[in-house]
Design a protein around this ligand. Structure first.
Ligand SMILES: C[S@@+](CC[C@H](N)C(=O)[O-])C[C@H]1O[C@@H](n2cnc3c(N)ncnc32)[C@H](O)[C@@H]1O
Length: 303
């Protein structure tokens, strides 16, 4: 009998999210303690965002990771993870329908605009069922300007329409791959500090918080209606110290304040007892293409 092998897609982020870590993946890889390459461990991401590191870890260490916990304070985002995990078929049905409708309007800019803003309004009402709400988030992410996610203080998504002609809205293969990989993942929607309750035995935390802005105008951390200010960065550093005292390992990424001001020792002061590494990373969330480029970022660990 001839067995034909169906190649399954590799799961990758299903949404574009500010601070996506695809550029830093090889650097974070190097920081994984060697003990985790040989034994079973629990993996926790308190700030999962788009999940670039998560998907990489789940595929690379699939034989070693026995427990996975992801968390984000953004309810719309975690609802989307949960929907892909629990109702991917329902989600694909809605997205493929909307994709057909949206593409059919490609030569009618006014009708297309009307369609987009109607969906944005529906998303902001937050009165649809969970699967529709997840579909709305993915639809908006795929069709909005620059594919970014930004909300105002009232938690209303406020990004205008983008100018993609026929964007891919329903990436069925990837959604199914993400569905498979999420089956054993616990998805939480709360504050990062709560994730410590889920650690046990060999545990690795990867923390990718909203970056500390290099200056007031470069600030982009509106993933939710609450600002992640310096007091939050200090609370996070205390959390990392707590994880360390409990005997667990962590890796944390953040912006490098020395890019803005070489005298700025904010993270050196907070994480002086740990290892701070500067790595090159390409940032691409800046809407001004001239301001995109290479910057150093920090990777801090307790090994
Ligand atoms: C930089 S993003 C993560 C990027 C992600 N790792 C990636 O590769 O795309 C930071 C995330 O932290 C979340 N966040 C902000 N404050 C939080 C808090 N107090 N507890 C948990 N998550 C929080 C935001 O909603 C956002 O999704």
């Amino acid at each position: 009998m001839k067995v034909t092998q169906v190649k399954q897609a590799i799961a990758k982020p299903f949404i574009k999210w500010a601070g996506g870590k695809t550029q830093l993946l090889h650097e974070t890889d190097k920081l994984i303690p060697s003990v985790f390459k040989q034994t079973q461990f629990t993996y926790i991401e308190p700030f999962v965002g788009g999940g670039a590191v998560l998907f990489r870890m789940l595929q690379k260490y699939k034989n070693n990771i026995k427990n996975v916990i992801i968390n984000d304070i953004n309810t719309d985002l975690t609802n989307t993870y949960k929907t892909i995990k629990n109702d991917v078929e329902g989600l694909i049905l809605i997205l493929s329908e909307w994709e057909k409708e949206y593409h059919s309007l490609k030569d009618y800019p006014d009708a297309k605009k009307e369609y987009y803003y109607k969906k944005r309004k529906q998303f902001n009402e937050r009165s649809s069922d969970k699967t529709t709400q997840a579909a709305l988030l993915i639809f908006l992410n795929r069709t909005c300007f620059n594919g970014l996610y930004r909300v105002n203080k009232r938690n209303e998504f406020n990004v205008p329409i983008g100018n993609y002609k026929t964007p891919l809205i329903c990436d069925e293969d990837n959604l199914k791959a993400v569905n498979r990989i999420l089956q054993n993942v616990t998805i939480l929607n709360g504050d990062f500090e709560e994730t410590l309750n889920y650690a046990s035995g060999n545990t690795l935390f990867y923390c990718d918080p909203p970056y500390r802005p290099l200056n007031k105008t470069s600030s982009f951390n509106s993933y939710n209606q609450n600002d992640f200010d310096d007091n939050e960065q200090i609370r996070l550093a205390n959390f990392c110290k707590k994880i360390n005292s409990a005997g667990y390992k962590w890796i944390l990424s953040n912006s490098d304040p020395k890019q803005g001001n070489p005298e700025d020792n904010f993270f050196e002061n907070l994480y002086g007892e740990f290892q701070i590494k500067r790595v090159f990373a390409r940032r691409n969330i800046n809407s001004n293409p001239e301001k995109r480029g290479e910057l150093t970022e920090l990777l801090i660990t307790n090994q």
